[in-house]
Write a protein that binds this ligand. Structure first.
Ligand code: PMP
Length: 287
């Protein structure tokens, strides 16, 4: 089945959808994005993603696309047309295509944002074998820019980080700055010691994960203690459990950091429980 995608107001077969070579996301990475998961044909945490998108646009002085208030309908329509039961919807908004390449932002009255959405079908997303096995991470230096709270399409370093992990026989990388873990290449990072979850506090240093917010709320409701503060790789290696969160992995246990097994080297019971609660509650609240 040819996938139907959305580009600037039109629903098109993927091979007919085009964006200008002058688009600022192509030339300058001048674009922001969101990824919303789909479970049972419904959207998970849509409102959180829409709010963060709005914040990213504001922080970059990027005009809000005219279609902003239709985004929920567009998401739903793409899920329906492409018959997605489990998977995700990718959304990108860019500052648009100016007449020439220029560092200076174009006049927003003349150049309209580009809006692109497409689906990715991922059968078995919730019942992932990786969640039963856990993943291995390595640590690498965090050399990204200073506004990681904005979800831009500048993903070259996270992409390189995943390649470094792959080369080292691991699944992903945790980023370390000034001796402290910021987050994963495309996820937030946590460890559990006793009844306490430790994760980096929100600031411009990390993306304010939508899954993070939900998981920490469920953890507190389940009487777990949550400490939002800086932590080191050594602390995490010495923990009982570790895990990551993101819209596409939900809660994913981490069983090894830089070659050292966490706990007994298998997914811990608390992370597994948090995954279960997150999936149950998210399915209930899905729209
Ligand atoms: N941090 C980074 C750097 C990310 O790219 C992502 C996912 N895009 C996350 C954290 C997790 O955010 P969310 O839970 O909203 O997917």
């Amino acid at each position: 089945m040819t996938r139907t995608v959305y580009v600037n107001g039109e629903y098109l077969p993927e091979n007919e959808a085009t964006v200008s070579i002058f688009d600022r996301a192509f030339l300058m990475a001048d674009g922001v994005y969101e990824v919303t998961s789909v479970l049972g044909g419904k959207l998970i945490d849509f409102d959180g993603h829409a709010k963060r998108l709005e914040r990213s646009l504001t922080e970059l002085d990027m005009p809000k696309p005219e279609a902003f208030d239709e985004l929920l309908d567009i998401h739903r329509k793409l899920v329906e047309i492409n018959e997605i039961d489990e998977g995700m919807v990718y959304l990108q908004v860019t500052r648009g295509a100016a007449a020439d390449r220029d560092f200076v932002f174009p006049d927003p009255d003349e150049v309209k944002p580009t809006v692109v959405l497409f689906t990715q079908n991922k059968p078995g997303l919730a019942d992932s074998p990786a969640a039963k096995k856990g993943i291995k991470v390595i640590s690498i230096e965090d050399v990204r820019w200073g506004r990681r709270d904005i979800k831009t399409v500048q993903l070259l370093y996270p992409s390189m980080g995943k390649m470094m992990a792959k080369k080292a026989g691991a699944d992903d990388a945790w980023l370390v700055e000034d001796g402290f873990v910021t987050e994963g290449t495309s996820n937030n990072a946590y460890y559990i010691k006793g009844n306490k979850i430790v994760t980096r506090a929100l600031s411009n240093d990390i993306l304010h994960g939508i899954t993070r917010a939900a998981v920490l709320r469920f953890a507190r409701e389940a009487q777990m203690e949550v400490e939002e503060r800086n932590f080191t790789i050594e602390e995490a290696q010495d923990a009982d459990e570790a895990f990551i969160t993101s819209a596409s992995t939900f809660v994913m246990p981490v069983v090894e950091i830089d070659g050292k097994a966490i706990g007994d080297g298998t997914p811990g019971s608390r992370a597994a429980r948090l995954r279960e609660i997150y999936l149950d509650e998210s399915r209930k609240a899905a729209i």
